[in-house]
Design a protein around this ligand. Structure first.
Ligand code: G
Ligand code: MN
Length: 248
């Protein structure tokens, strides 16, 4: 199943997009997270069909929300190393975009910095093809893996997602604040949109707002939820938008 977690624009305080997160309703073990089954799906080769299903389902869902009037929503989809390296990835993305009728810039693909750094030339090539199509690229879990800032500068990517380990102590520790602010500056200095992941408290949020972080994501606003539970959030958002329009 796909669950969806909202991304919030810190300037407008509104939902501007979603990240699709994979879950498995296991008959005996309950709800499983990707770290428990992605590896085996790669080893068994199921990953190819899984990737296609994820991309299709996420894009179809986004299209439905676009049809309801939320046309500025984006959808972020995570790619594992093997998924990113699949030779048919670009073709698959093209197909899904065509079939669902989504604007390409509504789709954001997330790869971790470690995946990006595995084969620099290949990464540059794939990212450049996807970027030229209009697809947006996020570097996920930034700050946890091995990465080179000089390469990051050369990649055609658009968004930096700062790992939650940088967020956890914000507002409570001077050194965490200093590092947090520096990472935000670094991302924005590279002309990237900066997303703070794993925002859980008001202190973190206040700090991030002051530090002019672009977007936030985390339990503070909402856990990842199945599509049918998102209805309430959308209604709320619609009401907020309407009351803003009435004021202006
Ligand atoms: O690697 P990536 O950043 O895509 O991982 C997303 C994972 O983080 C999801 O499984 C999601 O459930 C989890 N997550 C989302 N928001 C929060 C949060 O605020 N706190 C914590 N601890 N985990 C979160
Ligand atoms: Mn992610």
């Amino acid at each position: 199943a796909l669950f969806y977690q909202p991304l919030i624009n810190l300037k407008t305080n509104t939902i501007i997009g979603w990240e699709a997160l994979l879950r498995w309703h296991h008959p005996q073990r309950g709800l499983l997270f990707p770290d428990e089954f992605i590896k085996i799906s790669e080893e068994t080769g199921i990953i190819t069909r899984l990737t296609e299903w994820i991309l299709r389902t996420a894009c179809q869902q986004l299209k439905q929300w676009h049809n309801r009037g939320f046309t500025s929503f984006t959808m972020a989809v995570n790619l594992s190393a093997i998924e990113f390296q699949q030779p048919q990835l670009v073709q698959l993305v093209e197909e899904v975009i065509l079939d669902t009728g989504l604007p390409t810039h509504s789709l954001e693909l997330e790869i971790t910095e470690s995946i990006a750094m595995e084969d620099i030339e290949k990464t540059k090539q794939t990212l450049s093809t996807l970027s030229k199509m209009g697809v947006r690229i996020s570097i996920d879990d930034f700050g946890t893996g091995y990465s080179s800032i000089s390469y990051l500068r050369q990649f055609p990517c658009h968004t930096l997602k700062v790992d939650r380990s940088f967020i956890i102590d914000l507002g409570n520790s001077e050194s965490a604040d200093l590092v947090g602010k520096s990472v935000i500056n670094l991302g924005q200095g590279l002309n990237l949109t900066v997303v703070a992941e794993g925002v859980e408290t008001e202190e973190q949020l206040n700090f991030l707002r002051q530090a002019q972080c672009d977007k936030v994501q985390g339990y503070w606003f909402s856990e990842p939820k199945p599509a049918d539970e998102i209805e309430a959030l959308l209604i709320e958002q619609e009401l907020i938008k309407r009351s803003h329009q009435e004021k202006h």
